[in-house]
Design a binder for this molecule. Structure first.
Ligand code: UTP
Length: 293
């Protein structure tokens, strides 16, 4: 029996300093760096909106005002583009922004992704919600948030999106998820989360967390509120999720899609190349470029 989809709110945290991208990120949010003609964070908003989320709260900081401007209407620019016959350059963003209401709150200091999530607590109340970081793109036919919400509809418990990889050495670079398969395809019951374990202790199922995509129930709040600082003296969502998984059913869903990090130079470059290669014209130009390199 499927239950109604009651999840309408999403949180995207964008308050980090982006030090790996300095000096580019001195005055410019790393979440606004472009992958082709769209900033990274727009891909995440598109994913949420295509999954039925109608209210998004950004957890921001003082350097991130351009994110707010990006999703706001700019009547002068729209008028100008219409007169020049160039409005189609902006129309998809205008349409996207009309489908969702944006809210903003500040994280006063970058004290970790868990601390950033806590800054959105009041906005979310006791509703279940979707949670994402601001610098991961997942290229998927069915938006990953939508895939997770489908599982949530039935189970009504917290869920994390995971990937399966088989390379034990590669697994040591990620958060690993220790989980038992269930009768449902791609659905696991989480027992433990562990950050970057050594090769001989990686998840037996090969489950890792790349980009953060969670659906949380209100059960996360009391745990997160009590969560102590962990690695690098930051408060981590994964540590709180680990505690929650010990108390309540917590699922992992092996989503269909390919995850791209955009948090450092090489990762962003690879992401841009991936999306460029999907475009016929750009693909042939890139092939020529590499062919002549
Ligand atoms: P990162 O772990 O990549 O950290 O954050 P960062 O500070 O942005 O970048 P570096 O490591 O200094 O280069 C992943 C996501 O979580 C957000 C970031 O904005 C990014 O979208 N974040 C991180 C917060 O909102 N607050 C924090 O305290 C930490």
């Amino acid at each position: 029996m499927s239950k109604i989809n009651s999840v309408r709110k999403g949180v995207i945290i964008v308050a980090g300093l982006g030090t790996r991208f300095l000096p580019a990120t001195k005055a410019m949010p790393k979440e606004m760096l472009p992958v082709l003609d769209k900033p990274v964070v727009q891909y995440i908003v598109e994913e949420m909106v295509a999954s039925g989320i109608t209210e998004i709260i950004f957890v921001t900081s003082s350097q991130k005002r351009s994110i707010e401007d990006h999703f706001d209407r700019d009547r002068d620019l729209e008028h100008f583009l219409k007169q020049k016959g160039k409005f189609e350059k902006l129309s998809s963003l205008v349409e996207l922004s009309s489908k969702v209401r944006f809210f903003y709150t500040r994280q006063p200091e970058p004290l970790g992704n868990g601390h950033a999530l806590l800054c959105a607590r009041q906005f979310l109340g006791d509703e279940p919600f979707v949670f994402s970081d601001g610098d991961s793109i997942i290229d998927a036919k069915i938006p990953v948030v939508k895939q997770l919400l489908k599982v949530f509809q039935y189970h009504q418990s917290s869920i994390i999106g995971v990937q399966k990889i088989h390379d034990r050495v590669a697994m040591t670079k990620y958060g690993n998820v220790y989980a038992k398969p269930t009768k449902e395809k791609r659905v696991y019951r989480v027992e433990e989360f562990r950050e970057k374990p050594p090769t001989d202790q990686t998840s037996p199922e090969g489950l890792i967390v790349g980009g953060m995509r969670y659906v949380f129930t209100k059960d996360i709040w009391p745990v997160l509120e009590k969560q102590n600082q962990g690695k690098d003296n930051e408060v981590w969502v994964a540590d709180a999720a680990n505690q929650l998984a010990k108390k309540k059913p917590f699922l992992a869903y092996e989503y269909e899609g390919v995850y791209f990090d955009t948090g450092d130079k090489l990762a962003l470059l690879k992401t841009a190349i991936h999306f460029a290669l999907k475009d016929k014209e750009m693909r042939s130009e890139i092939e020529k470029f590499f062919g002549s390199a």
